[in-house]
Each structure stands twice: as structure tokens, then as C-alpha cells.
Design a protein around this ligand. Structure first.
Ligand SMILES: Nc1nc2c(c(=O)[nH]1)N[C@H]1C(S)=C(S)[C@@H](COP(=O)(O)O)O[C@H]1N2
Ligand SMILES: [Mo]
Length: 419
């Protein structure tokens, strides 16, 4: 099979994107971004840093799961801060626009987002208009629905990129609420439109359908933003700049990058990224069991399940002393706060509460910490988050096994050795 090269991929609607080539200003900012990443890596000079990641400006310690389209996983030890620096944020592209492999700004100078389908009038909005509107901020977890897939694979093989724990980060998006835009533009959405199908300017891989997703219209109309910034800076090209559709509390696949159009529709798209990809069975199936997805027997990845992830320790780690501080993060779909994170050092016989550092945003991650004395020899750290609705994590995560390994949220279990 011919290897995909960047030259194979172009923006779909080249017409509205003049100036695709990087501007002098853009390359300077790019260089600064690389410098920032390099400064996190003692012993690596800037040239090394730039060479080692398929995405310019990314920390070279990110694990390269695929170079093109880029898929990069963050080692959990790099995720300890409340806000994940962009140099460390994971990347997941199914497709990727030309010139987007950078943490620098998007090279596109003109951009339009279209509104179509079941609306009183079709309309577009451009960057200038979006920038002139009032911006809101939302701190939230961005997590791939495939994060933890490798943990499902311990009970039966799953297909797809074997993410372990680092397909996630906590960031601050800024942008304009969709509701405000529709109002300003005089766009009325028909009550019969139950879904909003989001499209991006990235081009499909050869012989694949273009990436698009249908989102429930009611949630999108109430909660989504057209984001222009992340962590206070213009959305970088690699993270969907200049415009990305953001809905807090839902899985990453629904956060459409390089947003080009929203179609208001009565039903879900039958695009293969909506079905059979990015779906889970409505009823549990056994690990390894086959299922052929229909709209009726499955649902798309949407609200994130409650989850805790240990960041301070990794499986198979050997630690030299019994006193250890365990730290990690917990989050859910933002509809309730994280009430507690329970930690067990005896495989679930007894649990202790960790200390929590709760963020102001319900959609952001809560950091936890607990000072412990571990047992010598082979031992384990288990963690379990409970939210104020009583929702928690299954002790055996494989009860939610599904062929593509989406939405892992089993109790965190880290086996390690204490010398
Ligand atoms: N247009 C477009 N949007 C996309 C994707 C894509 O391939 N194309 N990948 C999705 C997936 S599967 C995830 S997990 C997130 C990843 O966001 P990030 O790369 O900014 O971390 O973007 C989502 N949005
Ligand atoms: Mo994803």
C-alpha cells in the first residue's frame, strides 16, 4: 500500500482559504512555540525538539502513535498541572489539513462557518465577525473516547490505536456561544432538527469517508461554543484552529476541529465515523463478542463517564521506599461535582479518601493526592471516583467492553513493586 504523504491532502474548499502558505508572522510564532517546548526538556536543544515530533512545537516526550495523520499520547507523568500546557496536550487526527502539523497558528487567513439544513435561512459567519463578539471561557477536560482502550484489550482484543491513559488533558477554551451567533444572525432552527452534523475543512484519507459527526441539537444549542482560543492563545493549527466546535463534558471525537459547517437535521448522519465507528452497545456484551451496530442497538460517544487516573505512578514501576504520595485526576461529564476519590492499597478491601483540589468549572478535572505507606513487594494502587450523583467506576472495567474499546472507565488499578 502506498504510504500517505502530506501532499495527498488538501483543504476541501480551497476557494475561501486564500493564503494557505505560512506567513512570516506565523513562522516566527511557530519558532517561539518550539523554543517553549525545548525549554521543558533539559539536554535537548531546539533543533532536536523540532525534529523529534511530527507536530512542530510539541514536547518530544509525547508518544508517537502515528505520525500522519498525527496521533500523540501524553505520558501521564507530564499531566500533573491543573492546565495542560499545549506542548504536552495529546493529539488525535483522523484526517489532517495541509500545513496543520504545528502548534503555531493556522495559516488560513480567511475562514467561514456555514449554517445549513433545517434553518429559516442558510448563513455564514467569518472570523472577523466571530472575534468581534463577546467571548466566554470554559475550563474542561478534552479526552479521546479511545483513551484506556489498551485496558479493555487485557480482557479481549479491541481494534484501534491502543491508547493507555494519556489521551486526555485539561484546557481552557474561549469562544462565542452558538446560541449568541444564531441570534445575532437571525437564524431560527426548526424544532424538528434533532441533530447538528458538524463538518471540518480537513480532507478524508484515500478511500475513506470524510470525518463528520452528528451531535444532539438540544445540547449543542444550549452548551456549545465556536472556540477561537485555547489556554489564552489563538487555537493552534494542530488543535483545530482557527475555529473549533466545543461542547463541554463530551468525548473528544465530538469536538470538531477546523469547523466549516453545521447542518441542522432530523436524524443522525450515516457517515461511518458516526456508525459503526465511535459507537458502543446500548446493552453490555461479553468481551470478545461480535455485534453489528444499528442506530437502535448502539449509541454514539457523547457524555464522558466518571473516571479517575493515577498520574504519579505507572504499572510495573519499582519504587525504592514505602512512603509514597499518590496523585492523579478525576472528572466526569460536568453535570455533578466529583464528590470523592477513594484509594485502596489492599485490592478493594478498604478504601481511604484522597484530598481533592476542586476546580471552579464542573467540566475541569479535580486533582487528588494522598500520602500513603505501601506494602513491601508486589502491591497495587486502586482509585475510584464518585460524583455527587453517586455515579462511579465499575470495579471490573471490562463489563463495558466493546469491539473498538471506547469509553473505558474501570477502577484504576496500578500494580507496582516496592523494594
Ligand atoms: N475535523 C476533525 N476534528 C476532529 C478530529 C479529526 O480527525 N478531524 N479528531 C477528533 C478526535 S477523535 C479527538 S479525540 C479530538 C482530539 O483533539 P486534539 O487533537 O485537539 O487533542 O479531536 C476530534 N476532532
Ligand atoms: Mo478520539
Amino acid at each position: 500500500m502506498a504510504r500517505a504523504t502530506r501532499e495527498n491532502f488538501e483543504f476541501k474548499e480551497i476557494g475561501i482559504l486564500t493564503n494557505l502558505l505560512p506567513q512570516p508572522d506565523a513562522s516566527r510564532r511557530r519558532f517561539l512555540a518550539i523554543g517553549a517546548a525545548a525549554s521543558l526538556m533539559p539536554g535537548l536543544d531546539q533543533a532536536d525538539a523540532a525534529d523529534k515530533s511530527p507536530v512542530k512545537g510539541k514536547d518530544s516526550r509525547l508518544v508517537i502513535l502515528k505520525s500522519f495523520p498525527a496521533v500523540l499520547e501524553t505520558p501521564t507523568q507530564l499531566l500533573g498541572s491543573r492546565i495542560t500546557p499545549l506542548e504536552r496536550l495529546f493529539v488525535r487526527n483522523n484526517q489532517q489539513p495541509k500545513d496543520a502539523a504545528t502548534l503555531g497558528p493556522s495559516a488560513a487567513r480567511k475562514w467561514q462557518v456555514g449554517f445549513a439544513g433545517m434553518v429559516n435561512r442558510a448563513a455564514t459567519i467569518d472570523l472577523k465577525e466571530l472575534r468581534a463578539m463577546e467571548q466566554v471561557d470554559i475550563e474542561m477536560v478534552l479526552q479521546c473516547s479511545g483513551n484506556g482502550r489498551a485496558l479493555f484489550s487485557q480482557s479481549a482484543k479491541t481494534k484501534g490505536t491502543q491508547w493507555v491513559r494519556g489521551g486526555m488533558g485539561n484546557v481552557r477554551f474561549s469562544g462565542v456561544p452558538l446560541r449568541t451567533i444564531l441570534k445575532a444572525k437571525g437564524i431560527d432552527v426548526s424544532p424538528q432538527a434533532k441533530y447538528v452534523t458538524a463538518e471540518g475543512y480537513d480532507t478524508p484519507l484515500p478511500k475513506k469517508q470524510d470525518f463528520e459527526h452528528s451531535l444532539p441539537a438540544a445540547d449543542v444549542l444550549n452548551h456549545s461554543l465556536l472556540a477561537l482560543k485555547i489556554n489564552g492563545q489563538d487555537l493552534p493549527a494542530i488543535h483545530g484552529g482557527p475555529v473549533r466546535l466545543i461542547t463541554p463534558g463530551v468525548y473528544g471525537t465530538m469536538q470538531m476541529k477546523w469547523l466549516s459547517r453545521l447542518r441542522f437535521e432530523a436524524g443522525e448522519t450515516s457517515n461511518y465515523n458516526q456508525i459503526p465507528r465511535y459507537r458502543v452497545p446500548r446493552r453490555p456484551i461479553k468481551p470478545g463478542e461480535k455485534i453489528s451496530y444499528t442506530f437502535a442497538n448502539s449509541r454514539f460517544n457523547w457524555k464522558m463517564k466518571v473516571k479517575s487516573v493515577v498520574l504519579s505512578h505507572s504499572p510495573k514501576e519499582v519504587v525504592g521506599r514505602r512512603r509514597q504520595t499518590i496523585t492523579g485526576v478525576a472528572f466526569n461529564d460536568g453535570s455533578a461535582r466529583i464528590d470523592s476519590v477513594l484509594v485502596s492499597l489492599d485490592q478493594g478491601q478498604s478504601w481511604q479518601r484522597a484530598q481533592l483540589d476542586r476546580p471552579r468549572s464542573l467540566f475541569a478535572w479535580t486533582r487528588f493526592r494522598i500520602a500513603t505507606v505501601l506494602k513491601r513487594g508486589r502491591t497495587s494502587i486502586w482509585t475510584r471516583a464518585v460524583d455527587s450523583l453517586g455515579r462511579s467506576q465499575p470495579l471490573d472495567g471490562s463489563i463495558h467492553w466493546n469491539p473498538s474499546g471506547y469509553e473505558w472507565n474501570g477502577v484504576e488499578k496500578i500494580d507496582l513493586v516496592v523494594n
